[in-house]
Design a protein around this ligand. Structure first.
Ligand code: SF4
Length: 189
């Protein structure tokens, strides 16, 4: 989120915090982000009404000039998350550098298996750590993530890139911005 917000061209007004992530990780770490960047963060579920309410709560903050963290998904998410699940994660994984599609590598931004679990590390087991998967040069996923461009402003949207043949991450899963535009926009691009 910091990588997105630190871009001087980023035009993100608010975040809907992913409810399934926060169910495990909690959301205490969002408070300093909301304060530092003056941006509402609303932990939100995935049912249509959850999304509508999450958007409403974010807009409500913006209209009142409030920038804080709210939890729309309180029926599932607790502020401290799921401590037992996190204990298992920390037993198996450690923090490491991670490549983010559309953004690039960010130090200490992901998890990797601890040494004692290296027998389960597919990269080591199959010797594939050297394999690089270059991003499609036409894909502007980074700009989509930062709110700089809309999906239909991508030259490949609905042409070479569809949910059946995605060229970038935002077209892969149903909650991706490009896939959502593809499925639900009434405009013919
Ligand atoms: S439409 Fe496809 S190619 Fe364009 S930004 Fe979205 S995922 Fe990338």
């Amino acid at each position: 989120m910091e990588a997105i917000l630190d871009d001087e061209f980023s035009s993100i007004d608010a975040f809907l915090g992913a409810g399934h992530v926060c169910a495990i990780m909690g959301y205490k770490e969002y408070y300093p982000l909301a304060k530092k960047y003056k941006i509402p963060i609303v932990i939100t579920g995935f049912e249509p009404l959850d999304l509508v309410q999450g958007i409403y709560m974010a807009v409500n903050q913006l209209e009142k000039g409030i920038y804080t963290v709210e939890n729309q998904y309180a029926r599932v998410v607790k502020e401290e998350g799921n401590k037992a699940a996190r204990a298992v994660i920390y037993q198996v994984f450690e923090i490491g550098d991670r490549e983010w599609r559309g953004i690039g590598e960010i130090p200490n931004s992901g998890y990797k298996l601890k040494k004692e679990f290296k027998d389960f590390d597919a990269e080591l087991k199959f010797g594939i750590s050297h394999i690089q998967v270059p991003e499609n040069p036409d894909c502007i996923a980074g700009k989509i993530l930062k709110g700089i461009k809309k999906p239909h402003q991508c030259s490949q949207f609905g042409k070479k890139c569809t949910p059946y043949n995605p060229l970038g991450a935002p077209m892969v899963s149903s909650e991706g911005a490009c896939a959502a535009y593809y499925h639900f926009s009434e405009t013919t691009f």
